[in-house]
Ligand binder design. Structure first.
Ligand code: KIV
Ligand code: NA
Length: 279
Protein backbone atom coordinates (compact mmCIF):
# COMPACT_ATOMS: atom_id res chain seq x y z
CA UNK A 1 0.00 0.00 0.00
CA UNK A 2 0.97 3.66 -0.24
CA UNK A 3 2.96 5.11 2.63
CA UNK A 4 0.78 6.75 5.28
CA UNK A 5 1.97 10.33 5.83
CA UNK A 6 0.78 13.42 7.71
CA UNK A 7 -1.13 14.26 4.52
CA UNK A 8 -2.95 10.90 4.63
CA UNK A 9 -3.93 11.51 8.25
CA UNK A 10 -5.16 15.02 7.46
CA UNK A 11 -7.27 13.79 4.55
CA UNK A 12 -8.82 11.00 6.65
CA UNK A 13 -9.70 13.66 9.25
CA UNK A 14 -11.17 15.99 6.61
CA UNK A 15 -13.28 13.16 5.17
CA UNK A 16 -14.48 12.22 8.64
CA UNK A 17 -13.08 8.71 8.23
CA UNK A 18 -12.01 7.29 11.60
CA UNK A 19 -8.22 6.98 12.02
CA UNK A 20 -7.05 3.58 13.23
CA UNK A 21 -4.08 3.57 15.58
CA UNK A 22 -2.66 0.55 17.38
CA UNK A 23 0.37 0.09 19.59
CA UNK A 24 3.29 -2.13 18.67
CA UNK A 25 6.48 -2.83 20.58
CA UNK A 26 8.65 -4.96 18.30
CA UNK A 27 9.06 -6.30 14.75
CA UNK A 28 6.28 -8.93 14.72
CA UNK A 29 3.71 -6.77 16.50
CA UNK A 30 4.28 -3.87 14.11
CA UNK A 31 4.39 -6.14 11.07
CA UNK A 32 1.03 -7.72 11.91
CA UNK A 33 -0.54 -4.32 12.70
CA UNK A 34 0.50 -3.02 9.30
CA UNK A 35 -0.57 -6.21 7.50
CA UNK A 36 -4.01 -5.80 9.10
CA UNK A 37 -4.22 -2.27 7.69
CA UNK A 38 -3.93 0.12 10.63
CA UNK A 39 -3.18 3.73 9.67
CA UNK A 40 -0.84 4.61 12.50
CA UNK A 41 1.42 2.60 14.77
CA UNK A 42 2.14 3.90 18.27
CA UNK A 43 5.22 2.77 20.14
CA UNK A 44 3.61 3.61 23.47
CA UNK A 45 5.61 3.49 26.66
CA UNK A 46 2.93 1.07 27.88
CA UNK A 47 5.32 -1.44 26.29
CA UNK A 48 7.24 -1.16 29.56
CA UNK A 49 4.30 -2.92 31.21
CA UNK A 50 3.01 -5.25 28.48
CA UNK A 51 6.34 -6.20 26.87
CA UNK A 52 8.88 -5.64 29.67
CA UNK A 53 6.84 -6.56 32.73
CA UNK A 54 7.23 -3.28 34.63
CA UNK A 55 4.61 -2.20 37.19
CA UNK A 56 4.02 1.11 35.39
CA UNK A 57 5.54 3.40 32.77
CA UNK A 58 7.49 5.73 35.07
CA UNK A 59 10.66 3.59 34.88
CA UNK A 60 10.91 3.74 31.09
CA UNK A 61 14.03 5.45 29.71
CA UNK A 62 15.03 6.79 26.28
CA UNK A 63 17.38 3.92 25.46
CA UNK A 64 14.57 1.38 25.91
CA UNK A 65 12.14 3.44 23.85
CA UNK A 66 14.70 3.84 21.07
CA UNK A 67 15.42 0.10 20.94
CA UNK A 68 11.73 -0.74 20.64
CA UNK A 69 11.01 2.07 18.16
CA UNK A 70 13.77 0.78 15.86
CA UNK A 71 12.30 -2.73 15.84
CA UNK A 72 8.79 -1.40 15.21
CA UNK A 73 10.02 0.78 12.33
CA UNK A 74 11.54 -2.27 10.62
CA UNK A 75 8.19 -4.08 10.73
CA UNK A 76 5.91 -1.23 9.63
CA UNK A 77 7.45 0.29 6.53
CA UNK A 78 4.30 2.00 5.23
CA UNK A 79 2.66 3.10 8.49
CA UNK A 80 2.94 6.45 10.20
CA UNK A 81 4.88 5.71 13.39
CA UNK A 82 4.55 7.70 16.60
CA UNK A 83 6.91 7.16 19.55
CA UNK A 84 6.26 8.11 23.18
CA UNK A 85 8.61 10.48 24.97
CA UNK A 86 9.21 8.57 28.22
CA UNK A 87 8.90 10.19 31.65
CA UNK A 88 11.98 12.27 32.41
CA UNK A 89 12.89 12.93 28.79
CA UNK A 90 11.02 16.22 28.26
CA UNK A 91 9.87 17.86 31.53
CA UNK A 92 13.13 19.55 32.57
CA UNK A 93 13.29 22.03 29.70
CA UNK A 94 12.22 22.62 26.13
CA UNK A 95 15.82 21.95 25.10
CA UNK A 96 15.74 18.55 26.77
CA UNK A 97 12.44 17.78 25.04
CA UNK A 98 13.78 18.79 21.62
CA UNK A 99 16.92 16.72 22.17
CA UNK A 100 14.89 13.64 23.17
CA UNK A 101 12.52 14.08 20.23
CA UNK A 102 15.43 14.29 17.80
CA UNK A 103 16.84 11.05 19.25
CA UNK A 104 13.51 9.25 18.81
CA UNK A 105 13.45 10.32 15.15
CA UNK A 106 17.15 9.81 14.31
CA UNK A 107 17.82 6.68 16.36
CA UNK A 108 14.30 5.29 16.80
CA UNK A 109 13.14 6.01 13.22
CA UNK A 110 9.70 7.29 14.27
CA UNK A 111 7.85 9.98 12.32
CA UNK A 112 6.38 11.85 15.27
CA UNK A 113 6.61 11.97 19.06
CA UNK A 114 3.85 11.85 21.66
CA UNK A 115 4.02 13.86 24.85
CA UNK A 116 1.87 13.52 27.99
CA UNK A 117 0.68 16.55 29.91
CA UNK A 118 -1.43 19.67 29.49
CA UNK A 119 -1.31 23.37 28.79
CA UNK A 120 2.03 23.77 30.62
CA UNK A 121 3.63 21.97 27.66
CA UNK A 122 2.75 24.74 25.20
CA UNK A 123 6.27 26.20 24.84
CA UNK A 124 7.82 22.72 24.70
CA UNK A 125 5.48 21.56 21.94
CA UNK A 126 6.22 24.74 20.01
CA UNK A 127 9.99 24.12 20.19
CA UNK A 128 9.71 20.48 19.07
CA UNK A 129 7.50 21.34 16.11
CA UNK A 130 9.89 24.17 15.20
CA UNK A 131 12.59 21.51 14.94
CA UNK A 132 10.46 19.88 12.25
CA UNK A 133 9.17 17.02 14.37
CA UNK A 134 5.40 16.45 14.39
CA UNK A 135 3.96 16.22 17.92
CA UNK A 136 0.98 14.29 19.27
CA UNK A 137 -0.36 15.52 22.61
CA UNK A 138 -1.79 13.17 25.23
CA UNK A 139 -4.26 14.45 27.84
CA UNK A 140 -6.78 13.02 30.29
CA UNK A 141 -5.39 9.97 32.06
CA UNK A 142 -1.66 10.48 31.62
CA UNK A 143 -0.12 7.30 33.08
CA UNK A 144 3.33 8.86 33.58
CA UNK A 145 1.69 11.16 36.16
CA UNK A 146 -0.27 8.43 37.92
CA UNK A 147 1.33 9.26 41.26
CA UNK A 148 -0.09 12.78 41.05
CA UNK A 149 -3.43 11.58 39.64
CA UNK A 150 -3.87 9.02 42.43
CA UNK A 151 -3.58 6.01 40.11
CA UNK A 152 -5.17 5.02 36.80
CA UNK A 153 -8.38 7.03 37.12
CA UNK A 154 -10.95 8.38 34.70
CA UNK A 155 -10.45 12.13 34.18
CA UNK A 156 -12.81 15.01 33.39
CA UNK A 157 -15.77 13.72 35.40
CA UNK A 158 -16.40 17.11 37.02
CA UNK A 159 -17.28 20.24 35.06
CA UNK A 160 -14.11 21.98 36.27
CA UNK A 161 -11.78 19.16 35.29
CA UNK A 162 -13.56 18.76 31.94
CA UNK A 163 -13.05 22.47 31.25
CA UNK A 164 -9.37 22.12 32.18
CA UNK A 165 -9.05 19.29 29.64
CA UNK A 166 -10.61 21.54 27.00
CA UNK A 167 -8.13 24.32 27.90
CA UNK A 168 -5.24 21.83 27.71
CA UNK A 169 -6.44 20.73 24.27
CA UNK A 170 -6.79 24.28 22.94
CA UNK A 171 -3.37 25.38 24.21
CA UNK A 172 -1.68 22.26 22.81
CA UNK A 173 -3.37 22.82 19.45
CA UNK A 174 -2.23 26.44 19.46
CA UNK A 175 1.32 25.25 20.26
CA UNK A 176 1.29 23.02 17.20
CA UNK A 177 0.22 19.43 17.94
CA UNK A 178 -1.13 17.75 14.80
CA UNK A 179 -3.13 15.22 16.83
CA UNK A 180 -4.32 14.72 20.38
CA UNK A 181 -4.79 11.46 22.30
CA UNK A 182 -7.68 11.62 24.77
CA UNK A 183 -7.41 8.89 27.40
CA UNK A 184 -10.02 7.74 29.90
CA UNK A 185 -12.68 10.45 30.02
CA UNK A 186 -16.46 10.55 29.54
CA UNK A 187 -17.62 10.36 25.92
CA UNK A 188 -19.35 13.76 26.15
CA UNK A 189 -16.13 15.49 27.20
CA UNK A 190 -14.04 13.88 24.43
CA UNK A 191 -16.72 14.60 21.84
CA UNK A 192 -16.91 18.25 22.86
CA UNK A 193 -13.11 18.62 22.75
CA UNK A 194 -13.06 16.96 19.32
CA UNK A 195 -15.72 19.36 18.01
CA UNK A 196 -13.74 22.41 19.22
CA UNK A 197 -10.44 21.34 17.63
CA UNK A 198 -9.13 21.63 14.09
CA UNK A 199 -6.81 18.65 14.55
CA UNK A 200 -7.87 15.00 14.92
CA UNK A 201 -8.38 13.39 18.32
CA UNK A 202 -7.58 9.75 19.01
CA UNK A 203 -9.59 8.23 21.82
CA UNK A 204 -8.77 5.46 24.24
CA UNK A 205 -11.52 4.97 26.79
CA UNK A 206 -13.00 8.24 25.53
CA UNK A 207 -16.11 7.09 23.68
CA UNK A 208 -17.08 7.10 20.03
CA UNK A 209 -16.97 10.81 19.24
CA UNK A 210 -13.23 11.10 18.58
CA UNK A 211 -11.58 11.29 15.14
CA UNK A 212 -10.00 7.89 15.65
CA UNK A 213 -9.21 5.22 18.21
CA UNK A 214 -6.14 3.58 19.72
CA UNK A 215 -5.76 0.42 21.81
CA UNK A 216 -2.79 -1.41 23.25
CA UNK A 217 -2.20 -4.39 20.96
CA UNK A 218 -1.34 -6.90 23.70
CA UNK A 219 -4.61 -5.98 25.42
CA UNK A 220 -6.94 -6.13 22.41
CA UNK A 221 -5.47 -9.35 21.01
CA UNK A 222 -5.98 -11.03 24.39
CA UNK A 223 -2.28 -11.79 24.79
CA UNK A 224 -2.51 -11.96 28.59
CA UNK A 225 -3.26 -14.52 31.23
CA UNK A 226 -6.98 -14.77 32.07
CA UNK A 227 -7.67 -12.95 35.31
CA UNK A 228 -5.19 -10.13 34.69
CA UNK A 229 -6.73 -6.68 35.19
CA UNK A 230 -7.64 -4.84 31.99
CA UNK A 231 -9.36 -1.45 31.84
CA UNK A 232 -13.08 -1.18 31.00
CA UNK A 233 -12.31 0.24 27.54
CA UNK A 234 -10.37 -2.83 26.35
CA UNK A 235 -12.33 -4.97 23.92
CA UNK A 236 -10.73 -8.39 23.52
CA UNK A 237 -10.80 -9.04 19.75
CA UNK A 238 -8.70 -12.21 19.82
CA UNK A 239 -7.39 -14.85 22.20
CA UNK A 240 -3.68 -14.94 21.48
CA UNK A 241 -2.88 -16.16 24.99
CA UNK A 242 -5.34 -19.06 24.63
CA UNK A 243 -4.02 -20.05 21.21
CA UNK A 244 -0.35 -19.79 22.24
CA UNK A 245 -1.02 -21.77 25.42
CA UNK A 246 -2.83 -24.48 23.45
CA UNK A 247 0.07 -24.80 21.00
CA UNK A 248 2.84 -24.70 23.60
CA UNK A 249 1.06 -27.26 25.80
CA UNK A 250 0.73 -29.63 22.83
CA UNK A 251 4.42 -29.10 21.98
CA UNK A 252 5.39 -29.88 25.55
CA UNK A 253 3.28 -33.07 25.59
CA UNK A 254 4.64 -34.21 22.21
CA UNK A 255 8.27 -33.71 23.27
CA UNK A 256 7.65 -35.64 26.48
CA UNK A 257 5.99 -38.52 24.57
CA UNK A 258 8.47 -38.38 21.64
CA UNK A 259 5.59 -37.74 19.22
CA UNK A 260 7.63 -34.72 18.10
CA UNK A 261 9.65 -34.52 15.94
CA UNK A 262 8.06 -37.10 13.65
CA UNK A 263 9.67 -38.01 10.28
CA UNK A 264 7.86 -35.11 8.62
CA UNK A 265 10.03 -32.66 10.57
CA UNK A 266 13.29 -34.60 10.21
CA UNK A 267 16.05 -34.40 7.56
CA UNK A 268 16.57 -37.64 5.57
CA UNK A 269 19.91 -39.04 4.50
CA UNK A 270 20.21 -41.13 1.24
CA UNK A 271 20.24 -44.90 1.98
CA UNK A 272 23.69 -45.51 0.38
CA UNK A 273 25.23 -42.71 2.41
CA UNK A 274 23.67 -44.07 5.57
CA UNK A 275 25.02 -47.57 4.92
CA UNK A 276 28.46 -46.05 4.41
CA UNK A 277 28.13 -43.87 7.49
CA UNK A 278 27.02 -46.72 9.74
CA UNK A 279 30.03 -48.98 8.77
O1 KIV B 1 1.66 3.96 25.92
C1 KIV B 1 0.61 3.80 25.27
O2 KIV B 1 0.29 2.70 24.78
C2 KIV B 1 -0.26 4.96 25.08
C3 KIV B 1 -1.63 4.74 24.51
C4 KIV B 1 -2.46 3.98 25.46
C5 KIV B 1 -2.26 6.00 24.09
O3 KIV B 1 0.15 6.04 25.40
NA1 NA C 1 2.05 6.06 26.65
Amino acid sequence: RKKVTMQTIKSLYKKGEPIVMLTAHDFPSSHVAEAAGVDMVLVGDSLGMVAMGLENTTEMVMEEMILHCRSVARGAKSSFIVGDLPMGSYEVSSEQAVQSSIRLVKEGHVHAVKIEGGEELGPTIKRITQAGIPVVGHIGLTPQRQNALGGFRVQGKSCNSALQLLRDAMVMQEAGVFMLVLEAMPEEVATLITSKLKVPTIGIGAGNGCSGQVLVQIDMTGNWEPGRFVPKFVKKYADVWGEATRGITQYRDEVKSRAFPSKEFTYPIPKEELAEFEK
